[in-house]
Design a protein around this ligand. Sequence first.
Ligand SMILES: *Cc1c(COP(=O)(O)O)cnc(C)c1O
Length: 372
Amino acid sequence: MKVVANAFDRLWADCQGDVMAAVASVGASGWWILGPQVSAFEKELGRHCRLPHAVGCANGMDAIEIALRAAGIAPGSKVLTTPLSAFATTLAILRAGAEPVFADVDEHGLLDPQAAEAALAAYPEIRALLPVHLFGHLADTPRFAEMARKAGAVLIEDAAQAIGATRNGVSTGEFGLATCLSFYPTKNLGAMGDGGALVTGDEGIRRRAMTLRNYGQSEKYIHTELGMNSRLDELQAAVLKDAFLPKLTRWTDERRTIARTYLDKISSAHVTCVPGPDPVGSVWHLFPVLVAASRRTAFADYLQSKGVQANLHYPVVIPDQEAITRRGSPTVHGSLDRARKFATCEVSLPIHPYLTDGEVAYVVDVVNGWTG
Ligand SMILES: *Cc1c(COP(=O)(O)O)cnc(C)c1O
């Protein structure tokens, strides 16, 4: 049996009719960039996230840069973030001209509130907190919002992996000044290409983000900022709105059902699941497990030999990446022991919504057959 990490062929078989209808309607409209489809998708997305505003962007990384800049993060500011994420999180901070400060993660792989508190005390010039809802697990946003308020900083949520997640009743985007989403195809809500958005309850952030994504243009040919070209196009917006967003709740339910099965049935003494702080509210973008660092490669090879496609999230912590160290010593507060543990011990099992019950049972059997 082959169990892949993402089954785009099954997605296509399920959604082809809706996608083709969306494409046809954009084609016939004769309007292909920043038009009625983007506006309508932004409305639907805001409704889905229970926030008044959404602003479509070209991708998730740009959404983070735009959110930071819209929130007033200027060159020279410091931004507190996690060393364990997609590189794009930190790259967006640097693209905004700011300097990342890294603090360790907690046992769930999420930015640790205590480590963040210590970093804030050490670097009072931190102007923004940028936690990441890694794996689909929500970081502790009420605590980060409170910390940010006391420090005169803002909270921006990187929710590229966590659209629709909750944590003990708190929702993605509820506490952040702005919350950033990616529609990279593998994400829980993926486009057929690149796409991203920020969602916000703040009208000023919305207005500035709309300007920044379109050359800093506040009205036609009037440029009030040095903006970007980071527009979501009509085709992606229409496909997201008409074909994929209507399925997101069902897809998330599927992911949660699979996660529940893995959590119930994986019983190998050599494999530890990472259920996160709220396994029911998580949207399970990934299903991380931890194995002994010395056996991680062997475990990944074993899965591959059984036809189970596994990935690593993430094998190198961001401050150790060559692109970062080449700039000089990164700003790291405290030890990164827990982040490094994920970097050396983590393996992600397949958890996409088109997995069959038989495939899920097979993955459980294969994992439980691992003897360490
Ligand atoms: C995917 C991802 C991003 C970047 O999104 P893109 O659309 O690929 O630019 C940022 N942060 C996290 C946590 C991600 O998973």
